[in-house]
Design a protein around this ligand. Structure first.
Ligand code: C5P
Length: 400
């Protein structure tokens, strides 16, 4: 989380059982190098003590509008003036109602009203409270006012009911904070991404596949959404949650992936093909499990799968197409050859042995201007660098 290092954030806490998760959130943010100041409502202090939050943030915790420790007695203004963000987690239904109406009768609501920086809310409440017309009206008002929401999520609730209203997990809130600080270089663009492997059935229990965790493609989808794009992710079978704010279409085989791409591609500005598509499929998969026939070999007849990326790149007005090439040797020469064979404006190449399943990668970009090493690092950081490169390339391009 190097991108939020040094950011000055005010973490506001309101009254709700999810406040216990804010302790973990504070740890994550402080570990990432955030200068964290905490302000709690009176109700929040019933759930978690200011002592806990002070120990975790390493700073004085603020709870009182009339705190005499602020030299000019302007706590409601002073405490937010040097902040890059106010993040309220958990944000209760009552607190959101106050914000929507501009009420400021305690320190945290006054800070939110007097702020100059962005405001992010992580709502946490009972499902009926979230679904109530009043709360939904307030959410719309707050969105119109430019307030950013992290969640809520659906699931089991502390009250024993199930539904929408759970606070999203601290790690995800921290990722939303990171996203907020990314430059919106792809605002208004539509980005289509393929990720993961495909599975080609041999029989009902066996497949031909490629080793691919989907991590790089998911990082690309997340980075594109952070950069302000409208993102669709077409994914083969992987064990990863969809990045928040991204529309995921799950597929299994190369042909299913091809159909999903055909359905989604028109209107896309950028197509990033990160999927490790199986080059071949079994011509006639067996309807029942193939039995072992000891002592005898077996031959599978294969036929070629469509090259999805080459098909998109050959359309009359294609989106800006990006290929990914995982090579096991001679990365640069193979990458150049692949870029010209598939007629791609941009190809991202990496050494397969290094990238497979890992959280880190090392990527070099190849385009008409030559070679651009992005260096080595976490996949999400490389994906963010790729977005900057794409923003430069796509500026002024017309939608395909
Ligand atoms: O497998 P290969 O190295 O040719 O993959 C290069 C690029 O082509 C990748 O971006 C991959 O997603 C794409 N591809 C595809 N359909 C295929 C094979 C590869 O879209 N059948």
């Amino acid at each position: 989380m190097t991108t939020i290092k040094g950011k000055r954030i005010l973490l506001g806490m309101t009254g709700g059982i999810a406040a216990f998760k804010s302790a973990e959130l504070a740890r994550i943010l402080v570990r990432a190098g955030v200068d964290l100041r905490v302000a709690m409502t009176e109700a929040a202090t019933r759930f978690v003590t200011p002592v806990t939050m002070q120990a975790l943030s390493g700073q004085t915790v603020w709870t009182d509008l009339w705190d005499a420790r602020v030299p000019d007695n302007m706590a409601h203004i002073e405490l937010s003036r040097d902040r890059d963000l106010i993040l309220v987690a958990p944000a209760s239904a009552d607190f959101m109602a106050k914000l929507a109406h501009g009420l400021a009768d305690d320190l945290l609501s006054a800070l939110a009203l007097a702020r100059r920086c962005p405001l992010m809310l992580a709502p946490a409440m009972n499902v009926e409270m979230w679904d109530s017309p009043a709360t939904q009206r307030n959410v719309l008002t707050l969105r119109d006012d430019g307030v950013v929401f992290a969640g809520p999520a659906a699931g089991d609730q502390a009250c024993g009911e199930t539904g929408m209203g759970r606070m999203v997990e601290p790690q995800q809130i921290a990722e939303e904070v990171e996203a907020l600080f990314q430059p919106k270089v792809l605002a208004g663009k539509r980005v289509l991404v393929t990720a993961g492997p495909t599975e080609e059935p041999i029989d009902p229990v066996r497949v031909i596949t490629n080793l691919s965790s989907g991590k790089m493609g998911y990082a690309v989808a997340r980075a594109a959404r952070e950069a302000g794009a409208d993102v669709t992710l077409i994914s083969g079978p992987v064990a990863l949650p969809a990045p928040s704010g991204v529309a995921r279409v799950s597929v299994r085989t190369a042909r299913e992936m091809f159909d999903a791409v055909k359905a989604a591609v028109s209107g896309s500005d950028i197509f990033v093909s990160v999927a490790a598509v199986a080059d071949y499929r079994v011509k006639s998969p067996a309807p029942n499990k193939i039995k072992k026939d000891s002592g005898r070999g077996r031959t599978l007849e294969l036929e070629e799968n469509p090259d999805i990326l080459a098909w998109v790149a050959a359309r009359p007005a294609p989106p800006l197409c990006v290929g990914f090439a995982a090579e096991s040797e001679d990365v640069a020469s193979n990458a150049r050859a692949k870029r010209s064979k598939k007629k791609l404006p941009l190809l991202a190449a990496n050494l397969a042995q290094r990238a497979l399943g890992a959280d880190e990668n090392e990527i070099t970009l190849f385009d008409e201007r030559g070679e651009h090493p992005l260096g080595r690092g976490p996949k999400i950081e490389l994906a963010r660098k790729l977005m900057l490169h794409l923003a430069g390339m796509s500026a002024g391009r017309k939608r395909g």
